[in-house]
Design a protein around this ligand. Structure first.
Ligand code: FMN
Length: 322
């Protein structure tokens, strides 16, 4: 007995704190993933955030054809987060394939795609499958859940369980790349959507997108502030909702969950993991805490874990369920 206790104590002292992760076989230095869209589509922006501590990065969501997106202003700060209605402005899949060819960094690259229906999603997936070696991408993320772009996501019913299943299945038939289904906290049925996406071939669930749509009104002009009038809420205000969704989905699926929504500090990331996330998505924090956000969050996670004697992330995942 004494021998076992001494051995445990020795392990506590000599076992280094390990917060690395594997995403579909690729090593991540930490469990923090840059969420789609927050840093746009330029490769340099994603390289810089990877250099500054992100464990993996996600591109802006790409459509088949270039899109201008919504009228400005497309993003505003509120008391407790951001409200955005970018409207998927992007140069289209071909533009991004040439921009990202030869992703050389070790941090996994996730390519996010968005289509009007399952056919468009499948076409996008086929192009990525054809280019996966030169792109060096680790996974495809399906943006099923934007709350403020007509014809896409929530406004096209894509976050509903049956639609999520149909789109995931269509993408699965075109690619062997791992698929991440990104769901919405804005519509009921997220647990069913996660289960059906898993059944259709998703390799992970990202829960989730911005919440809404919401609106701010400029009382001096008497007009909505955003160009599109309404937008998706992100940042600290939505974290309790994201945490609850992750908690429920963790119980329902056997694939990893990425917990996204309001992760601003290391403690927030730990809360997501206790709810059941294996990874934490980080978006608005880059806006609030600057380019060093990932390093700061990682540092806070490490300090918290060290203080409490945690050595591995897996000891945190899902503990709120026990
Ligand atoms: C400016 C901005 C642009 C975004 N663009 C996309 C996008 O293109 N595709 C997508 O799936 N999510 C997009 N999102 C949603 C984020 O990826 C993330 O899911 C959401 O902001 C919640 O995380 P956060 O609270 O950490 O920001 C965007 C969010 C913001 C703030």
């Amino acid at each position: 007995m004494t021998f076992i206790m001494v051995e445990m104590e020795i392990q506590m002292v000599i076992m280094p704190l390990d917060i690395s992760r594997k995403l579909f076989g690729k090593r991540m230095k930490n469990p923090l993933i840059l969420a789609s869209g927050v840093l746009g589509v330029a490769k340099a922006g994603l390289e810089s955030v990877a250099e500054n501590g992100a464990g993996a990065v996600t591109t802006k969501s790409l459509s088949l054809e270039p899109r201008r997106g919504h009228e400005s202003p497309v993003i505003i700060e509120t008391e407790c987060g951001l409200l955005n209605a970018v409207g998927y402005s992007n140069p289209g899949i071909e533009g991004v394939i040439s921009e990202f060819t030869g992703w050389k960094r070790d941090e996994p690259l996730i390519v996010s795609i968005v289509g009007k229906d399952e056919k468009e999603f499948a076409q996008l997936a086929a192009r990525l499958e054809q280019n996966k070696k030169t792109l060096n991408c680790t996974a495809i993320e399906l943006a099923l859940s934007c709350p403020h772009t007509p014809g896409y996501g929530v406004m096209a019913g894509q976050a509903d369980p049956k639609a999520a299943e149909k789109i995931t299945r269509a993408v699965r038939s075109e690619t062997r790349l791992p698929i991440i289904a990104k769901l919405s906290p804005s519509v009921p049925g997220e647990v069913e959507a996660a289960k059906l996406a898993e059944r259709a071939g998703a390799s992970a669930i990202n829960m989730g997108n911005s919440l809404g749509p919401g609106m701010r009104i400029d009382i001096n002009r008497g007009r909505p502030v955003l160009g599109f009038r309404m937008g998706g809420m992100s940042g600290p205000a939505i974290r309790p909702i994201a945490v609850r969704c992750v908690y429920d989905i963790y119980d329902a699926v056997n694939i990893p969950v990425i917990g996204t929504g309001g992760v601003n500090t290391g403690q927030d990331a730990i809360e997501m993991m206790m709810a059941g996330a294996s990874f934490a998505g980080v978006g608005s924090a880059v806006y609030f805490r600057g380019p060093g956000a990932f390093r700061k969050i990682e540092g806070e996670m490490r300090a918290w874990m060290k203080e409490r004697g945690y050595k591995r992330l897996d000891d945190l995942v899902g503990v709120a369920h026990e």
